[in-house]
Design a protein around this ligand. Structure first.
Ligand code: 8DG
Ligand code: MG
Ligand code: MG
Length: 145
């Protein structure tokens, strides 16, 4: 009859880059409701990060991606939620396989819609964890050498 203790969960968040813009959408879920964030989702049993990124983007936007590269990992606590959560979030970047493909809002119960934003004109309010990363200088775009 005892409650199972909650465990940290693993999510993969995708910085999908198209020229100078990145894909974001307004969340319609309890954590970060009405805030703009990246497409992301839970790592499934047996998946690698690349497979998870490809699957989640496809499920949420219909888009096909390639050139998936690891960027960073963050440890995010949401302890002030009705149901506290702890996420280890793996950030990757990727590009469209077909640059003419456009996003479809395939999970309208979870997201208000997807659009492309320039990094210095990101939508607001941004979801807390990504907002802090931006403030701390995170930039997913490749540096031109
Ligand atoms: P799934 O059922 O499809 O597997 O999951 P989902 O419903 O798509 O999960 P999600 O909420 O989109 O993403 C999982 C969690 O990742 C989310 O509840 C909170 C966490 N998360 C962070 N940082 C970020 C971030 O910057 N962007 C996004 N989208 N999620 C993040 O901790
Ligand atoms: Mg998601
Ligand atoms: Mg999902």
């Amino acid at each position: 009859h005892h409650m199972a203790s909650p465990s940290p969960q693993v999510a993969v968040a995708i910085c999908l880059l198209k020229d100078k813009r990145i894909l974001m959408g307004r969340r319609l879920v309890s954590i970060g409701n009405s805030k703009y964030s990246l497409p992301s989702g839970h790592l499934e049993f047996g998946e690698n990060f690349e497979e998870c990124a490809i699957r989640e983007i496809k499920e949420e936007t219909g888009l096909d991606i390639e050139k998936i590269e690891f960027l960073k990992v963050t440890n995010n606590l949401f302890m002030d939620q009705p149901k506290p959560a702890h996420y280890v979030v793996v950030f990757v970047r990727a590009v469209l396989t077909d640059p003419t493909q456009t996003p479809i809002n395939l999970e309208p119960e979870k997201c208000d819609g997807w659009d492309w934003y320039e990094w210095d004109k990101l939508p607001h309010p941004l979801f807390g964890p990504i907002k802090k990363m931006v403030t701390d200088g995170f930039n997913p775009f490749p540096t031109i050498s």
